[in-house]
Design a protein around this ligand. Structure first.
Ligand code: ATP
Length: 207
């Protein structure tokens, strides 16, 4: 059942390591009018007050990971799971199914020849099976460290720790159908995005 036949937009999964340039690339697709679904945004939405995930988090982790305003204290939560692998897995068991469900729901409402679904941790995620094609934003690891430092990470050691906690560059490239190299300037990255845009429109049968 090809997307061209059933009019379901081709689903493109966009992934990459931290600070590799996923948002930058997603914005370039959005500039071309392509619907973009960002699972990081969904991950924040599923823990908004009133959402069932929040009650489950409170039942499991207690009031200590909540602020006085009743919102999830993301910094406290991060600290809690940083040194406790079990806690991290339990938090993921609460969040991941809901993020997956909302992603699928939004994907089914998107229109156009293709859609881009940004999933930072696509390696090993069930969403890897949901998408038709995987684009990896690839970037030299030293550049990733530099971009992290320029943005929000305090030390080189901290930046390297974050990188090594993620799937390896090799593991990401192994699941890629297409690779966008984001080592050079933005113009070079945009050129690659435009080339892929033409490819995806052709694949969808709707240029
Ligand atoms: P995260 O994993 O944290 O969500 P990301 O993969 O979405 O990050 P971006 O936020 O797009 O990455 O980029 C990381 C940083 O690097 C940003 O400050 C961005 O402006 C910068 N950056 C991205 N691409 C380039 C480029 N080609 N040249 C220079 N700077 C870049």
């Amino acid at each position: 059942m090809s997307p061209a036949n059933n009019r379901q937009p081709l689903r493109i999964g966009l992934t990459g390591g931290i600070a590799s340039g996923k948002s930058t690339v997603a914005d370039m697709f959005a500039e071309l009018g392509v619907p973009v679904i960002d699972t990081d945004v969904i991950a924040r939405e599923v823990v908004q007050p009133g959402q069932p995930a929040l009650d489950e988090i409170r039942a499991r982790f207690g009031d200590g990971v909540f602020g006085a305003d009743g919102q999830l204290d993301r910094t406290a939560m991060r600290k809690r799971i940083f040194s406790d692998e079990n806690a991290r897995l339990e938090l993921e068991a609460i969040l991941h199914p809901r993020i997956g469900e909302e992603t699928r729901r939004l994907a089914n409402t998107a229109t156009g020849p293709y859609q881009v679904i940004v999933v930072p941790l696509l390696v090993g995620s069930p969403l890897a099976e949901f998408v038709d094609r995987i684009v990896v934003v690839d970037c030299d690891e030293e550049l990733q460290v530099q971009r992290l430092l320029a943005r929000d990470t305090e030390t080189v050691e901290q930046a390297r720790r974050i990188l090594s906690a993620q799937a390896s560059r090799q593991a990401r490239l192994a699941i890629a159908d297409d690779v966008i190299n984001n080592d050079a300037g933005l113009d070079e990255t945009r050129r690659q995005v435009h080339a892929l845009d033409r490819t995806f429109r052709e694949l969808a049968g709707r240029p």
